[in-house]
Design a protein around this ligand. Structure first.
Ligand code: ADP
Ligand code: MG
Length: 592
């Protein structure tokens, strides 16, 4: 048991009230006064915040201490970006903004990458960062960690606010909450200057200023006309399909989505993080029929999904004569790539209610052969997956390892799966069926690397249940130090590192032959399991699918931080996985 109790904590001197504009009493009286730091903690508590992710230092250290004191958990990380990934994932899973606390300048910038990523993915989160007194920042006078953080954050987030006085903290927090949650959710930046944090308010005034926003995620309803237009199109379709995205998963309308599919009998395709919204092996699941849907569907109903690069932006293979219905909360999403024939703008719950209610008035003209054709194709596609999963000669490749992971994870639907990498991402998404909503988190819309550990920690806090990551060895490297956070908070996380010794694989060639590794080459013999052991967690090193299966089963059962180094062959995996086509045309071969 680690000593998590801090005795004789060195007092952190409250920052000078400075230029906050308020009039501090000559000597603040702890009986009757409080600093902005207390006001902030109280505001977060009043807004229902239960957990904060962050990394402290000047000027926010005491904020974290006070948050613990008022009953908010503070999960302290080793790198702000990972704390941000945790906050974002927590926000996605709970529909409550995940809170990230960072220090000024570099800490702020490190965290901002995650807040920007959350914004792109429509996850609600709020990054609260300490920042220097803006008087010196604006005059560029050279102050400690001086940076115009508000200006930097603004173009990257959904909304950004700066608080300069303790009197404005309550309103700043309330606005951040509403901005993060309302409409299309996203990342919000809240700049807390030293004068705001260190300024003094009387407790009486602070109590008067405190408030919680009413109905911060107020449901918006689509118009009757838009629902009628959508229903007419859906009813006219011979080959309709529902396309579910992570917005649908986020909105937590699982029962209504099930009702919609079952009442219409229309097949559905789930985007990566919508897998499990309805089970991947549901008779109407067309998860293995991506190309067929693109080429043949005549009406595509986008449900909390964007027609972005992950769907060829509606171009390429798509049937040029198809028509789109789009259910989305964000009006400006509509028509952004191809014309949308029937936009339904509103909260998904409201839109689904209205559509389900209208259903009896319409007779669907779907061709029954459409579902049969998709089901026949699914059987063929599953044979292809089974062939990939068939044992190959040792050492393991990705599919051998996934055969083991699939056997265990499909038995444990309670596990939240975190997945990142190149081949490790693509193959895992194809191999492992999901059966419950919001149990698959991956690198999402930007297809970034380095979200794994933070997201795993966020998921563990949000669900209270077991979490398994399946990460490539390069992907793991971005956030590997957070195994320390997993052990520090004794979280039920199993990290699986698919170690093929490189970005894509281990067989890149240095074109100058000077003895340096190629740009994609990492250490094939690295023992990542020992890193976990170094922090008191459990490590396994496995070289066969059988060993992996046993280790994974034991790790999940243990509910303890565990790392399994899954040793793959160095030549397992290909460059860029499934998205090599996005590389500019190469003049030289990257791998042998
Ligand atoms: P995927 O990558 O899985 O296709 P995207 O993140 O691209 O999903 O799309 C999610 C969409 O869901 C966004 O356009 C977003 O505006 C929308 N969305 C998010 N929350 C809701 C909601 N409560 N109701 C309706 N649409 C929503
Ligand atoms: Mg690798």
């Amino acid at each position: 048991m680690k000593n998590t109790e801090i005795k004789n904590k060195t007092a952190v001197a409250p920052a000078s009230p400075g230029t906050c504009g308020c009039k501090p009493p000559m000597a603040p009286n702890p009986e009757t006064d409080m600093t902005g730091m207390y006001v902030l903690a109280n505001a977060l508590k009043a807004n229902g915040v239960e957990v904060i992710f962050g990394l402290v230092g000047i000027p926010v250290t005491e904020v974290a201490y006070i948050c613990q004191k008022v009953g908010i958990r503070f999960i302290s990380f080793r790198f702000e970006q990972q704390a941000g990934m945790a906050a974002a994932t927590y926000g996605y899973l709970t529909k409550k903004p995940g809170i990230l606390l960072t220090v000024s300048s570099l800490g702020f910038l490190n965290g901002l990458t995650a807040t920007a990523n959350a914004t792109v993915n429509c996850y609600p989160m709020i990054q609260i960062s300490g920042s220097s007194d803006r008087v010196a920042v604006d005059l560029e006078q050279g102050t400690y960690e001086g940076l115009d953080q508000l200006a930097i954050a603004k173009p990257l987030v959904k909304a950004a606010y700066r608080v300069n006085r303790p009197q404005d903290i309550a309103v700043g927090v309330a606005r951040a909450m509403r901005a993060a949650l309302s409409g299309r959710p996203g990342g919000v930046y809240l700049d807390m200057t030293v004068p705001a944090l260190g300024g003094i308010l009387s407790k009486e005034e602070a109590a008067k200023l405190q408030f919680v926003p009413v109905d911060p995620a107020s449901e918006t309803y689509p118009s009757q006309d838009s629902v009628k237009r959508a229903m007419e199109l859906i009813a006219s379709a011979k080959k309709p399909v529902f396309l579910f995205g992570k917005g649908a998963a986020y909105s937590q309308n699982d029962a209504k989505i099930k009702e919609l599919v079952e009442k219409t009998g229309i097949p559905f395709y789930s985007m990566s993080m919508a897998k499990g919204l309805l089970p991947d092996n549901h008779p109407l699941s067309a998860i293995s029929c991506r190309s067929m849907i693109m080429e043949q569907a005549d009406v595509v109903v986008l449900v909390g999904a964007r027609l972005n690069w992950l769907l060829s932006r509606g171009h390429g293979k798509w049937n040029p004569d198809n028509k789109y219905v789009q259910l989305d909360v964000e009006p400006t999403e509509i028509d952004c790539n191809v014309p949308i024939a029937a936009p339904v703008i509103g909260d998904l719950g409201a839109s689904l209610d209205m559509i389900i209610q209208a259903l009896p008035e319409y007779k669907l003209s779907m061709d029954p052969q459409w579902v049969k054709d998709l089901q026949a194709h699914t059987i063929e596609a599953n044979k292809w997956i089974q062939a990939k999963l068939a044992p190959s000669p040792e050492p393991m490749d990705h599919w051998d390892a996934l055969r083991a992971a699939k056997a265990v994870l499909e038995k444990h639907p309670e596990v939240t799966l975190i997945n990142e990498g190149a081949n490790t991402l693509d193959d895992c998404r194809d191999a492992i069926d999901m059966s419950v909503p919001r149990h698959r988190i991956d690198c999402a819309t930007w297809a970034i690397m380095g979200m794994g550990a933070g997201s795993a920690i966020g998921a563990a806090l949000a669900t209270g249940g077991p979490v398994v990551t399946i990460q490539g060895d390069s992907a793991f490297g971005f956030s590997g130090m957070e195994i320390s956070t997993m052990t520090n908070f004794d979280l039920p996380i199993t990290v699986c590192v698919f170690n093929n010794g490189g970005i894509y694989n281990h067989i890149g060639v240095n074109l100058s032959n000077d003895g340096d590794p190629a740009p994609t080459t990492l250490d094939l013999n690295a023992r990542y399991d020992m890193m976990m052991e170094a922090f008191g967690g459990k490590g396994y090193y496995v070289t066969t699918p059988e060993e992996f299966e046993q280790a994974l089963e034991a790790a999940i059962a243990s509910r303890k931080p565990t790392l399994i180094d899954v040793q793959l062959a160095g030549d397992a995996g290909k460059e860029s996985g499934h998205i090599g086509y996005l590389n500019p045309e190469p003049l030289i071969p990257i791998t042998v």
